[in-house]
Design a protein. Structure first.
Lengths: 381, 196, 169
């Protein structure tokens, strides 16, 4: 028996389940990896532990009643989830949005982008082993934005703020000053954060040339968001579709060169700087007074269980901080949707996790997963 | 020089360390809960409560059931009061909200046409039993208008101004203006059992 | 993108194709799906290289045509029940789109070709449509349940799905 063990040529493969309960899998997510020593030979993601059947619940409720449930899809960026759903329903029913409401919507969407990218860089550093220092610096800054969300919408994370045709309520007194303070301090925070991280040799040696994703594979696998742009493809839905009023603002779309974990981290830092530019333009251009919800939208919100959109289907999409978030709605002319489908960016970005991780070690798989930026509420719905 | 990036990063942490001593207001952001509590914003919405003007009998709710129908997880249960003949009165006999199901969306406040239900600021509501203690009956939900004014002055002020402009006086004025109609049936009902 | 223009191009370049236009989407027969998608992906004018969304929809005849309810999507040929798979195509190179392709399959034999050979992004979305609706995609590398657990029986999002009695063991 010992002879076969000494002379055996084939590798002994070990199957490990980086199981649903793990501090670094960003939720209840499981990866079945097959290891040869410590190198990954095969990787299969297993999901569905947080499946809450959101799509079927929406078929039994009125259109407005599923708005609080969309908050809970990507539970970090609730404002952009609301934005995508409101965009899809407005496309279906042909409802327009007044000017000031459009500005406040874009303001909330860009603040959410700052919230999400800050949190993501913090958690990526957590996965790398920098136990809790960068993430708490990031959270210290993020708290100010969450306080502004609480002052406006009533809740820090589950905002339920957007309505079809506008918003639920106007900004509170002193809201704009709060935003001005946040925007003025954020560049300084980003400079400090970059001084801590960007040129750090340990970060560079662990993140550069790890988990490389080529352009062709990214486009073929329907990857969207900062992960796609880090591989060098210039596709940002804010520039392509020009939904809402994004064509009035000047901002660049940062692109990466190699497509490794370091590029994905750095593209997010650059996107945060572009978001700050957009916020400064909003603060200059926003009209002081205006309607918050259009007449058609107010009629829809007056009695939600009796509002009937016209029959048909519509697909509305926005650039959420994680990628393309779309809602596909089929209506049959009754107050309840006939089919309600969410196109989740995290779910589809996981498609090529295996391709990116082959040949690397387990520790690298953890940071590659961290750089994909998944939230299980969106993956499983 | 190799390692310079790490040293620059360490200078950031060192600066934050020193800042927490020389300028604690900016350096330390921890709030020592439960000794000190952070003030919640005015529009903070937690769980709903019902409003009355004056005494708990003058509640604004007329049991129209709109909030129960619009509630997304269906956590509101209303049974309207019926008088001796079985006619439905404009008052709820029971009004239960299951706080274990409620997800604090605020849609009930938005759709109420009678300004009767609003979102409260209370968040320290833990109980030992999930099923019975968290089902709040009408008595626990009723709070005076003054409480609403204290927690949300801007919204309450706007709503009271609107009601005054429209001339809505509330249930107290209704009861006073029509005493004969409501008192008589109760009198005739009570007499026979006393005699028997 | 002009619907009529796309229709004439498709009819010219894909031999034997019969398609109908509904609203702003094209209903293609399932045998021609791969050819149509390949033409749209490789043709110089369109270059639809990005498959954004694959959805399954269940059109149950008993659910529509009820008194007081409008017919779904304004269409009237609800002769039989069918399951539908909707694909939204965009172009990352030319920044144009969408082109919506719909494929209909009967309920008793819901088999259709998979778009996975052309677009890798269809992999997980088709698995989800199989899991929740029961549409079987031929040519898919790994068709198994994704959101429900592996031993689950039935397809939950269908309109005629009856929830199993959870008290019976």
């Amino acid at each position: 028996m010992s002879e076969t063990a000494l002379h055996s040529q084939e590798p002994q493969l070990l199957e490990v389940s980086i199981g649903p309960q793990h501090p670094s899998t960003h939720g209840v997510f499981r990866m079945n990896v097959v290891l040869d020593g410590e190198t990954i030979v095969k990787l299969k993601p297993v999901m569905g532990y947080l499946h809450r059947n959101h799509e079927q619940l929406a078929e039994n409720m009125s259109y407005l009643a599923s708005m609080p449930y969309t908050d809970r899809l990507d539970y970090i960026c609730s404002m952009t989830n609301n934005f995508a759903y409101a965009t899809a329903v407005e496309k279906l029913a042909g409802i327009d949005v007044p000017e000031r409401a459009q500005y406040i919507r874009v303001l909330m969407a860009e603040l959410t982008r700052l919230v999400n990218h800050t949190l993501l860089v913090g958690f990526l550093l957590n996965d790398l082993g920098a136990f809790f220092t960068p993430i708490l610096y990031a959270f210290r800054e993020r708290e100010k934005i969450l306080d502004f969300f609480e002052a406006t919408a009533g809740s820090r994370m589950m905002c339920n703020y957007f309505r079809f045709g506008g918003l639920k309520s106007d900004l509170p007194a002193g809201g704009l000053e709060q935003v001005k303070k946040i925007v003025n301090n954020y560049s300084r925070f980003l400079d400090e954060f970059e001084r801590l991280l960007t040129n750090n040799e340990i970060l560079r040696s662990r993140c550069q040339n790890v988990g490389i994703l080529s352009k062709e594979l990214a486009v073929s696998a329907s990857i969207t968001g900062p992960m796609l742009r880090a591989s060098g493809v210039n596709y940002d839905i804010r520039k392509v579709d020009k939904y809402s009023i994004y064509d009035r603002f000047e901002f660049k779309v940062p692109l990466g060169k190699v497509g490794d974990v370091y590029d994905r981290y750095y593209v997010r830092i650059l996107e945060m700087r572009e978001s700050i530019k957009i916020l400064q333009q909003i603060l200059k251009q926003m009209p002081e007074k205006g309607e918050i919800i259009s007449a058609k939208g107010a009629a829809a919100g007056k009695s939600p269980r009796m509002w009937k959109p016209p029959a048909g289907d519509a697909y509305g999409r926005i650039e959420s901080p994680k990628g393309e978030l779309g809602f596909y709605l089929v209506s049959d002319g009754t107050p309840k949707p006939y089919r309600y489908h969410v196109r989740p960016p995290s779910f589809i970005n996981i498609t090529i996790l295996e391709d990116m991780c082959l040949g690397y070690k387990v520790a690298d798989a953890i940071i590659i997963l961290g750089s994909v930026d998944i939230v299980l509420g969106e993956v499983d719905r | 020089m190799f390692g310079f990036g790490v040293l620059k990063g360490m200078s950031v942490t060192l600066w934050n360390f020193i800042l927490s001593y020389i300028y604690p207001k900016k350096g330390i952001t921890t709030v020592q809960y439960p000794e000190k509590k952070k003030e919640v914003e005015e529009r903070f919405r937690n769980f709903p409560f019902l409003v009355y003007d004056g005494t708990p009998d003058n509640m604004r709710c007329v049991a129209c059931d709109i909030c129960a129908k619009e509630c997304p997880p269906k956590c509101i249960y209303i049974i309207p009061e019926k008088d001796a003949q079985g006619r439905i009165q404009k008052k709820p006999a029971t009004f239960d909200i299951d706080y274990a199901i409620c997800m604090n969306c605020g849609i009930c406040e938005e759709v109420c046409p009678f300004d009767a239900i609003f979102m409260d600021h209370e968040y320290e509501l833990s109980e030992y039993d999930r099923l019975s203690d968290l089902m709040y009956p009408k008595e626990k939900l009723l709070k005076p208008v003054e409480h609403f004014m204290k927690i949300r002055p801007t919204d309450c002020g706007a709503i009271e101004a609107q009601r005054a402009a429209k001339g809505i006086k509330g249930r107290a004025a209704q009861v006073q203006s029509a005493p004969a109609a409501t008192v008589k049936p109760a009198e005739t009902q009570q007499n026979p059992p006393a005699n028997a | 993108m002009n619907i009529e223009e796309i229709k004439t191009d498709l009819l010219k370049h894909v031999p034997g194709l019969e398609l109908t236009v509904e609203g702003e989407s094209f209903v293609v027969p399932k045998e021609k799906l791969l050819e149509t998608a390949r033409f749209l992906k490789e043709n110089e004018k369109y270059r639809m290289d990005y498959l954004s969304c694959v959805t399954g929809v269940d059109y149950l005849a008993a659910r529509q045509g009820q008194p007081g309810q409008a017919a779904v999507g304004g269409q009237s040929e609800l002769a039989s029940d069918y399951l539908e798979s909707v694909n939204h195509l965009y172009s990352m190179e030319k920044k144009q789109g969408p082109i919506v392709l719909k494929v209909r399959v009967p309920r008793n034999n819901p088999r259709m070709p998979s778009l996975t050979p052309l677009y890798r992004g269809a992999e997980y979305q088709e698995r989800e449509a199989y899991d929740l609706f029961g549409i079987v995609y031929e040519g898919h590398p790994d068709l198994r349940r994704i959101l429900m657990w592996d031993e689950f029986e039935g397809h939950p999002m269908r309109k005629d799905y009856v929830e199993e009695d959870q008290d019976v063991r």
